[in-house]
Write a protein that binds this ligand. Structure first.
Ligand code: HPA
Ligand code: ZN
Length: 327
């Protein structure tokens, strides 16, 4: 069977990766030692053993604790560089990285430290690996809109280093419309707009991400299938969904990969893509997501592989002229 080799070798874009979710336990322990940070787990093995999640919140608690070892510009660089090494090995040629500044600024880490470290890694990945990479600043939706607005203001001196904004963290109870004003300001600034919606939250959150935030992509979005009119709208508007199969299984959105609704999403004509979300926590990077998903879906072959790779470039925020070289 040559399908896994094709999946691994094909050029692809990753559009849904939280860079803090690429922090492997080994690097968490290395940075904890380097920075004198005390961890709640005695060893790499004990930390990894705690990665048994029941829902989004049970993951977020451990994910924010892991990020507490990030203090210096070099730490942010090292984390992103380790991701780019994995991405290059998986033939990812373009990546749009989410980062969560509030997770760091709330601990007293300056915004500039976060952005400079990540931006330096992106620049070097392009120069040394040929990966084009950009940053998307995410607001934490469990915090207030005022906190998001203050975060945006703090980031504006680094405006040239990020292409857009997103919305992540605890979805239920924090609908997109909570952030209507801050996203309106982001649109005025010419930022690209995305939001997590319909991962755990209802289809109504996908609708308000479209209508209120005016997003250009939906992150996850898998619960759209509960609303057939919404599915038709997403298809008609060619609104991309950045789907994360291994994440969805680890956070119990679907029981197994074989139960995932990706086949229905592609059949409905949606611009669905495959992404890793938080690869250090969910058991795999891009090629693990592709190979394991296709292994669980015997009806899928080279046609779907090509479609998903094509979708990833169509859904990306690279300038149209550069896109033509890929699609
Ligand atoms: N959903 C919401 N917030 C997140 C995620 C996710 O999958 N990963 C990191 N922050
Ligand atoms: Zn995510």
């Amino acid at each position: 069977d040559r399908l896994p080799a094709l999946l691994r070798a094909m050029p692809k874009a990753e559009l849904h990766i939280h860079i803090e979710g690429s922090l492997e336990p080994e690097l968490i322990f290395k940075l904890a030692e380097r920075n004198g940070v005390k961890l709640a787990y005695p060893s790499v093995e004990a930390l990894r053993a705690a990665y048994a999640f029941t829902d989004l919140q049970s993951f977020l608690d451990i994910y924010y604790a892991g990020a507490s070892v990030l203090l210096k510009e070099q730490d942010f660089f090292d984390m992103a560089w380790a991701y780019f090494e994995k991405a290059a090995a998986d033939n990812v040629v373009h990546a749009e990285l989410f980062f969560d500044p509030q997770t760091h600024t709330e601990r007293g880490v300056p915004m500039g430290t976060v952005i400079r470290g990540l931006e330096h890694a992106c620049r070097r990945a392009h120069a040394e690996m040929g990966i084009s990479a950009s940053l998307i600043l995410c607001f934490l939706r469990h915090l207030s809109e005022d906190a998001a607005m203050a975060t945006l203001e703090e980031a504006l001196p680094y405006r040239q280093h990020f292409i857009g904004v997103g919305l992540d963290s605890s979805e239920r109870g924090h609908p997109p419309e909570k952030f209507a004003r801050v996203f309106a300001r982001c649109r005025e600034l010419g930022l690209r707009i995305v939001a997590h919606a319909g991962e755990e939250g209802p289809p109504e959150y996908i609708r308000s991400a479209l209508d209120v935030l005016k997003v250009e992509r939906i992150d996850h979005g898998v619960r759209c299938v509960e609303d057939p009119a919404l599915v038709r709208r997403l298809a008609a508007e060619r609104m991309p969904l950045t789907v994360c199969p291994l994440s969805n299984v680890k956070l119990c959105v679907f029981k197994t990969l074989a139960d995932h609704n990706l086949p229905a999403l592609l059949k409905a004509g949606l611009v669905a893509t495959i992404n890793s979300d938080d690869p250090a926590y969910f058991g795999g990077y891009m090629n693990d997501n592709f190979v394991q998903t296709f292994a669980a879906l015997p009806q899928w072959g080279a046609r779907e592989a090509w479609q998903l790779a094509h979708n990833s470039f169509e859904a990306s925020f690279v300038p149209e002229a550069a896109k033509q070289a890929w699609v």
